[in-house]
Design a binder for this molecule. Structure first.
Ligand code: MN
Ligand code: MN
Length: 464
């Protein structure tokens, strides 16, 4: 055995050991329960923003900004939100920002969705974000979203969550007839244009002999149902955002119930943790900003993504209300941010894609990614070591376990987050979030202890 001095060596700490006391375990379980309710309720970016807005309004956040406003919430098109809690120090002394994304990979309906084939009513889809298509076949799917009518009226749709609701499904090929398919490459075996949802089977005018030969009677009946239930016509589907998501609530996973399985830990676990952190700190030192974006899963594009100017406009408005003489550039350059996003936990069945010394492990707390990107850090924000040192100090002082990793082996893949879109302002920013298994699948797995540690880590950061 070597005689290394233990104080010189780094050892990661397992959250279950750190939070072993009865008091901690009670708080950990309460945190997991509250998160599971949130995750079961919020399956789209709009539902998430509605939930967040409701929670912060109850906590006294105002939607109007004035010189006296202490807690402010600003929503953009129902899909992004900025939450602000004014600090004791002026905004020009910098801010503490937590940014996460509220959108999740899913299967969207096309704008001309409805058709009939072989006496089945079907809907065409176009998937959103990075999915492994086969994971979405032969399972219960719920339909969430909005239809906007010509008069501007918004019809909310949510079918498949109540146990009495019907669900939709995308069928899969039976093994008996898949001999040819199983020889194909995965990338070729599952075609996007075959991801069509089964939505109906009974024809319109059943029993009416004169109508029995009519074309597309099932399709006709779906249109009748949509009209009866939601007052919408086929043309209204042009101005709709309807999304197929895994149906049903989040579940306890493991014989010990130590994990949470559900849809959308990426990135609603960070949305939840950031919201909890914000609500627990009433009079912070620095102004706290919590920002939830849309469109991260498709490159942060669009008016509600992190590449939009929403954040900049909003901070300019804060400055105009609170400190009209300060410069915007000064505020941004002194800002500190965490791009709160999940990491890929090492999967024991796929050890070969991880580099074990620089990988994230479930149970060891929120994980920093100093950089993301792919093949030579291309497309990465690479956090400054001065900032990493500052954060290490905060978390160690708060006693929160954390880890440092990168996403997989160097030349095997990679990914991006919103960090680089914050970095352009000159602020300090780094990626951080819990490590999850089966990321981007309909049933992602998150450790309860990691979630709890993430909430505590975000709290420590926001009050620094
Ligand atoms: Mn993410
Ligand atoms: Mn993602």
């Amino acid at each position: 055995m070597s005689k290394l001095k233990p104080e010189l060596e780094h050892t990661s700490r397992n959250c279950w050991d750190v939070y072993a006391s009865a008091v901690d375990r009670k708080a950990l379980a309460a945190c997991a329960d509250s998160y599971m309710r949130f995750l079961s309720t919020c399956k789209t970016e709009r539902e998430t923003i509605d939930y967040v807005l409701d929670a912060v309004k109850k906590a006294g956040f105002s939607e109007t900004l004035a010189a006296s406003t202490k807690a402010y919430a600003r929503v953009l098109r129902g899909k992004s939100i900025l939450l602000v809690r004014r600090g004791r120090k002026p905004l020009s002394q910098g801010f503490r920002l937590l940014g996460a994304h509220a959108d999740t990979p899913r299967i969207d309906l096309k704008q001309h969705p409805l058709y009939e084939d072989t006496d089945l009513g079907l809907m065409k889809t176009h998937y959103y974000g990075g999915i492994r298509k086969y994971q979405w076949l032969a399972r219960e799917l719920a339909l969430h979203g909005v239809v906007v009518k010509k008069d501007g009226g918004i019809v909310k749709v949510c079918v498949g969550e109540d146990p009495n609701d019907p669900v939709l499904t995308i069928t899969d090929l039976l093994p008996h007839l898949a001999y040819k398919q199983v020889e194909q490459k995965v990338s070729e075996a599952f075609e996007a244009e075959k991801l069509n949802a089964v939505v109906a089977h009974e024809p319109a005018n059943a029993g009416d002999e004169k109508r029995a030969k009519d074309k597309d009677r099932v399709r006709q009946r779906v249109l009748e149902l949509l009209h009866k239930r939601y007052g919408v016509t086929e043309s209204d589907l042009f101005s709709a955002e309807l999304q197929l998501v895994p149906a049903g609530p989040a579940r306890n996973v493991g014989l010990d119930g130590s994990m949470i399985g559900g849809y959308g830990h990426d990135d609603r676990s960070c949305v939840f943790a950031a919201l909890q952190a914000l609500l627990s700190e009433k009079t912070p030192e620095h102004t706290q900003l919590v920002l939830f974006w849309d469109k991260e899963e498709i490159g942060s594009e669009g008016g509600t993504g992190a590449q939009s100017l929403f954040f900049e406009y909003a901070v300019a408005d804060l400055l105009a209300a609170w400190e009209p003489k300060a410069r915007l550039s000064e505020v941004f350059l002194r800002g500190m941010a965490i791009s709160a996003d999940v990491n890929a936990a090492v999967d024991p069945d796929h050890l070969d894609v991880y580099e074990k010394r620089n990988a994230a492990y479930m149970g060891y707390g929120p994980c920093f990614n100093k950089f993301t990107g792919h093949r030579g850090k291309v497309g990465a924000n690479d956090a400054h070591p001065e900032y990493v040192a500052y954060l290490r100090n905060i978390l160690d002082k708060a006693g929160v376990p954390w880890q440092m990793a990168e996403l997989g082996k160097v030349d095997l893949g990679g990914g991006g987050t919103v960090a680089k879109f914050l970095a352009v302002y000159g602020m300090d920013v780094i990626d951080m979030g819990p490590a999850v298994l089966s990321m981007h699948s309909p049933f992602e797995v998150l450790g309860k202890a990691d979630l709890y540690a993430t909430v505590l880590a975000f709290r420590a950061f926001l009050k620094s």
